[in-house]
Write a protein that binds this ligand. Structure first.
Ligand code: G3I
Length: 439
């Protein structure tokens, strides 16, 4: 085979091409110890965001890998049970702070914030109290002493308290009247609890915490009305905790945005306080991928919602989760598996923290074109969803000419009215700004 001009050049090109693709490969792969492979809290700290988990005392006291993962990955923690009445208050005259002290010391030693959960709840009330036949005034003084003692003990150390937990009825949105506190004190117990907590710590964030309140249903409206009335009475409330105990398949939608906005309108922040995404067992790889979408949606929702301050999961490893004990045949709800290996959900949280809200879509204008509505802006990903007043629009496509800056809503031209709220949600869960349409 004769030697031809140019041969050496071809070899050189081939070598350059191979090494270039190698570099790209290395850069895109999560190589341990590289920029793409650091714990969640590093990226969260860089964004001033709080990513955390509930802590169970048994593994906390017995499994070193549990504590290692806890302090490496998270910048905020909450006790799953240790701060509750049945743990802290074994009798009327005694407080047991062994577990709570250990947790607060651990958090401070590892530069983690602490959420205190919970000062007033209808569950886990010790029998000396629920069966004590105390008068209304006696229960009020017991409650006051309890809150001043525990909040005072951790003044300036606990960042936020779930002062009242789950006081609203699921279906009606009215106050839960079966609660020991409602039965003995009456509806005032809520305002009293917030006032005692504020007396205990002038600076801690004071939250109302509940489940199934992230959308726009009767319960979340009940909570909204309760917060609005308490604020108008001057009660010291800073935020609302969305527990977010979800079932696999969960996705965020504009209703969550509208709900967060009305809560912001009361001057309140929100936190996602107890997230888990349960699935029926045994779980399959597709289930885990579906689960990662739910967690990605939730964190991207929080990163693009100005008054959302934190996302905490209710535990972090499937080895220690309340789900299997309360929902037979369900589980795998968390971001690490039972061998403490990160699941797709973990990487979804991390990628969202790395990416941040910077690549969120943005709407800058919209105009009718006969039956169609053209939505202009930027950052529209393939498959972006489009909503008018929270209603998802059908037949929405990225324009062929400029897919990332124009969406075509084939059926919405005739429907849209001046004053309507337009919103885009990308497949990665990042929401756009709310754009008010004018003709
Ligand atoms: O401490 C006792 C222990 O002495 C006893 O041997 C053992 C056996 O029964 O029970 C232990 O108490 C259990 C406690 O958790 C501590 O592990 C209770 O039975 C059990 O009911 C309790 O469950 C907790 C549940 O709240 C109580 O309603 C779960 O761990 C905890 O994850 C769950 O957390 C709640 C939040 O506080 C509020 N939002 C919903 C969330 C899930 O229900």
């Amino acid at each position: 085979m004769g030697w031809r001009i140019g041969e050496p050049i071809m070899d050189t090109c081939r070598v350059i091409f191979v090494s270039l693709s190698l570099v790209i490969l290395v850069l895109s792969t999560r190589v341990p110890g590289t920029a793409q492979d650091r714990p969640l809290r590093i990226y969260a700290d860089e964004r001033g965001f709080l990513i955390g988990t509930a802590v169970a005392m048994t593994p906390f006291r017995s499994e070193s890998i549990y504590n290692e993962t806890l302090k490496n990955e998270f910048n905020i923690l909450v006790a799953e049970n240790a701060f509750k009445w049945d743990s802290v208050r074994p009798s009327r005259d005694t407080f047991n702070f062994a577990d709570t002290d250990a947790l607060v010391d651990f958090a401070e030693a590892n530069h983690m914030k602490i959420r205190g959960h919970t000062l007033v709840w209808h569950s886990q009330i010790p029998s000396w109290l629920s069966g004590g036949n105390f008068t209304r005034d006696e229960v009020i003084s017991i409650l006051r002493e309890h809150i001043l003692t525990i909040v005072g003990r951790y003044r300036g150390r606990v960042w936020a308290w779930d002062v009242v937990n789950e006081a609203v009825n699921d279906s009606s949105g009215a106050l839960r009247t079966s609660s020991f506190w409602f039965q003995t004190i009456g509806p005032d117990y809520i305002k009293l609890a917030f006032e005692y907590a504020r007396d205990g710590d002038p600076d801690a964030r004071l939250y109302y915490n509940d489940y199934s309140i992230e959308d726009l249903g009767a319960k979340s409206t009940g909570v909204y009305n309760l917060m609005s009335s308490l604020k108008s009475q001057g009660a010291p409330i800073d935020g609302v905790g969305w527990q977010m105990h979800q079932i696999n398949g969960f996705r965020t939608d504009p209703a969550h945005k509208t709900n967060a906005k009305r809560i912001a309108g009361l001057g309140l922040e929100i936190s996602i306080t107890e997230m888990d995404v349960r699935m029926s067992l045994p779980s399959a790889p597709d289930d885990l991928n579906q689960q990662s979408i739910a967690y990605r949606d939730a964190i991207n929702f929080c990163l693009t919602t100005p008054n959302c301050t934190a996302l905490l999961t209710w535990g972090f490893t499937d080895k220690h989760s309340w789900i299997p004990g309360f929902f037979a045949g369900w589980g795998d709800a968390l971001i690490f598996d039972s061998s403490y290996q990160p699941k797709p959900a973990y990487f979804a949280l991390r990628d969202a923290l790395i990416q941040g809200a910077d690549s969120a879509p943005a709407i800058s204008g919209a105009q009718r074109d006969r039956k169609k509505l053209l939505i202009n802006g930027g950052g529209f990903l393939e498959g972006a969803e489009f909503f008018i007043n929270g209603e998802k629009q059908k037949k929405v496509f990225n324009s062929l000419e400029s897919p990332s800056v124009t969406l075509v809503a084939k059926k919405s031209g005739k429907k849209v009215r001046t004053g309507d709220i337009l919103l885009v949600k990308n497949p990665d869960g990042l929401f756009s700004n709310e754009f008010v349409y004018s003709h």
